[in-house]
Ligand binder design. Structure first.
Ligand code: FEO
Ligand code: CA
Ligand code: CA
Ligand code: CA
Length: 665
């Protein structure tokens, strides 16, 4: 094993770096090729206008003076909070933000109490995992719309060893990856995956986890056996010594966002799976081209030291068994999670699903890396909402499409089907399984549009529009600017609104336009685009997750919020998408220092918003009041316990309106 001395970089900073590599060398047209006559030029112009804070937005009604726009009535009644940074979280006046469950809290019946100084893998297997990201609420009983009793399904994306293990990191925050013991590696593996917990809202309006519920479950990278289904299941490229059938695999990891299927199961997204595999990637390896496009090989975890399957030299096919969407049935704690290969293999951010008018399932999905693509999956069969069991093949049999944005304001959805166009044996695709295993390379050949890191994508069932979060891409050069990615060195990201033709999500074309270009509207250098009515606290950067409440209103959470510029933590913003205020947003909630805001999820009555506070205290040196790297022993905040004997803990928070009522009313 290579012994590397790891200069201090938090795990999230490492992911940022990894995403900065920009592995897509596709020659698909970018700017110059696709200078969008319709929106590219107009967007550039808008950027200039935004600089003087009179930016124009469609619809033209938004062309108002700031004063007039402020007088317009928005759909959110709460009083905006002030953006900033400190050790705690903050929610709008009149609301409560209560910590529901924290890293280490018991999940499964019989779980021991959290003892961070004497943590074990077996304990962690029964306790709430690290770095909660996606949160999904499904009601109990199944198929109901119960707003105060249900199951929460939570992803645990990754681990911050420097914040989890006493004494591991030195005062500079440094530690050697290979210094992790076998037990620490096992704890990390057990802290990845998902938790399912039964939750209930009491007569006092407060939420709690139902202890020892038979629904409560941990799914981990360490122990949970999963089935592989769909066109790539059983393919020789998925076979290993441990699984010569290529149909079963232990674990899921780096589960970022996800989605709830119309029949009440969860899709969880395997995102930066490449970071767990180590070993030299050499050109003579059969999977060289595949792994190079995904960055496999330069792993940042020590798992390979104790599990040969994470060592490329020993199990060269193991990485092909990750990077999928995984279906989990939270209603059956004994169910086997299923990796659904028909949805493609890439750095899956999540899945925003909708039942099309004709009954087919459509799932919109982002591949979160600079210059990667936007996808959608359309099922062959129709969803049966009465009988959940009848939907077993919906996610196995369908067509995966990748988006090409045209300068005319049109999206063309290109089918990734073996034998069509360049997806032939000549290009290394012998079957549909090959197309799915190497989805990115197939999409390169179809000349899909390289995007500024597509994160969560959500269809709005009320309006039929689809919202795409594009978090940022500082590597886009001026000659790569195009309509859908309208800024060079795009540090702040933007949001695209897609309108399916005739409301048909399965159609092979849609329309698109830019909703907002993020950044500070008062700084001309940002070229930001907001409705001029946006307040000083209302703008943000680096949109990541989003949710649409049951009234069809859009809520956005950020990853980083460009802290180095803004000095503001991540949070939840309520975004107007209709009427005169379209393109304004308001800050509703913000996280403690170092944290990322994930997992927004509403109950069916919109009276509770669950959010996931991920990696609080991560970093540390960039906050002047702390000014040094955060470690387990010396974190920038000890949120949420503020107990000197407790480490900082990622946690899920339930936000409710005091005295009851709809969130944001
Ligand atoms: Fe895990 Fe793309 O954020
Ligand atoms: Ca994250
Ligand atoms: Ca994300
Ligand atoms: Ca992100």
């Amino acid at each position: 094993m290579d012994k590397r001395n790891t200069p201090y970089l938090s795990r999230s900073a490492r992911y940022e770096l990894s995403e900065d590599i920009g592995r897509n060398h596709s020659e698909a047209p970018t700017l110059g090729d696709v200078i969008s006559a319709r929106l590219g030029r107009r967007s550039l112009m808008r950027g200039t206008l935004a600089a003087t804070a009179i930016g124009a937005l469609t619809p033209p009604a938004a062309l108002l003076t700031a004063g007039a726009a402020k007088a317009a009535v928005g759909s959110f009644g709460f009083k905006e909070i002030e953006a900033g940074v400190d050790e705690d979280h903050h929610v709008a006046e009149g609301y409560s933000a209560d910590v529901l469950i924290r890293w280490g809290d018991p999940v499964v019946a019989g779980a021991p109490a959290f003892d961070p100084e004497a943590q074990t893998a077996d304990a962690q297997e029964m306790q709430f995992g690290y770095n909660n990201d996606f949160v999904g609420y499904v009601p109990l009983p199944r198929g109901s719309a119960t707003p105060d009793h249900g199951l929460l399904v939570v992803n645990h994306e990754y681990t911050n060893a420097e914040l989890m293990f006493p004494g591991l990191a030195d005062a500079e925050g440094n530690y050697e990856i290979d210094a992790l013991t076998r037990e620490q590696v096992e704890i990390e593996m057990a802290a990845h995956g998902l938790s399912v917990v039964e939750v209930r809202r009491g007569t006092d309006g407060k939420w709690s986890v139902v202890p020892d519920s038979t629904y409560n479950r941990r799914i981990t990278a360490r122990s949970t056996r999963m089935r592989i289904s769909g066109p790539a299941a059983g393919h020789p490229r998925l076979q290993t010594n441990a699984d010569p059938t290529g149909t079963t695999v232990i674990g899921t990891f780096n589960n970022c966002a996800g989605g709830i299927t119309p029949w009440g199961t969860i899709l969880t997204a395997e995102e930066n799976f490449h970071g767990y595999f180590r070993g030299e990637l050499t050109e003579d390896m059969p999977e060289y081209r595949n792994y190079k496009r995904l960055g496999v090989g330069a792993g940042e975890y020590a798992w390979a030291n104790y599990h040969v399957r994470f060592d490329l030299a020993k199990e060269p096919n193991e990485p092909n068994r990750f990077g999928w969407m995984v279906e989990v049935n939270p209603y059956d704690p004994n169910s086997t999670p299923v990796k659904r290969t028909a949805l493609g293999r890439f750095k899956h951010e999540g899945a925003g699903m909708i039942v099309n008018a004709d009954g087919r399932l459509v799932a919109y999905m982002g591949d979160d890396e600079r210059f990667d693509y936007l996808y959608k999956y359309v099922s062959k069969g129709r969803v049966d909402l009465q009988n959940p069991e009848a939907n077993a093949s919906i996610l196995d049999d369908g067509t995966l499409y990748v988006a090409r944005f045209e300068e005319s304001g049109k999206v063309t959805w290109l089918p990734l089907v073996h034998g069509e166009g360049p997806l032939t044996a000549e290009n290394g695709f012998e079957s549909q399984a090959d197309v799915l295993i190497e989805t990115r390379r197939a999409a390169d050949l179809l000349k899909a549009t390289p995007m500024d890191r597509p994160e969560e994508v959500e269809p709005n069932p009320r309006t039929g529009k689809v919202y795409v979060m594009l978090t940022n891409n500082t590597r886009r050069s001026a000659d790569q600017v195009d309509g859908p990615n309208p800024r060079a060195e795009n540090a702040f990201g933007h949001i695209i609104e897609i309108t399916p033709d005739n409301g048909d999500h399965a159609a092979e074309t849609s329309g698109w336009e830019v909703l907002v270009k993020c950044g500070d509207p008062s700084d001309p250098a940002h070229g930001a685009l907001w409705n001029p009515a946006v307040s000083e606290n209302g703008w943000f950067g680096s949109p990541d997750n989003c949710a649409i409440d049951n009234q069809g209103r859009l809520w956005i959470t950020t990853d980083g919020n460009n802290y180095a510029y803004s000095g503001r933590t991540d949070g939840v913003w309520a975004m107007e998408t209709e009427g005169e205020l379209r393109g304004t947003s308001k800050l509703f909630y913000r996280v403690p220092v170092g944290a990322e805001m994930c997992g927004p999820a509403f109950t069916p009555d919109d009276e509770t918003l669950f959010v996931a506070v991920q990696h609080p205290a991560d970093g540390g040196e960039e906050w002047p009041e702390f000014g040094r790297p955060s470690t387990y022993d010396d974190p920038s905040t000890r949120w949420p316990d503020f107990d000197p004997n407790m480490p900082v803990r990622p946690s899920v928070v339930a936000i409710t309106k005091n005295g009851g009522g709809v969130i944001g009313s």
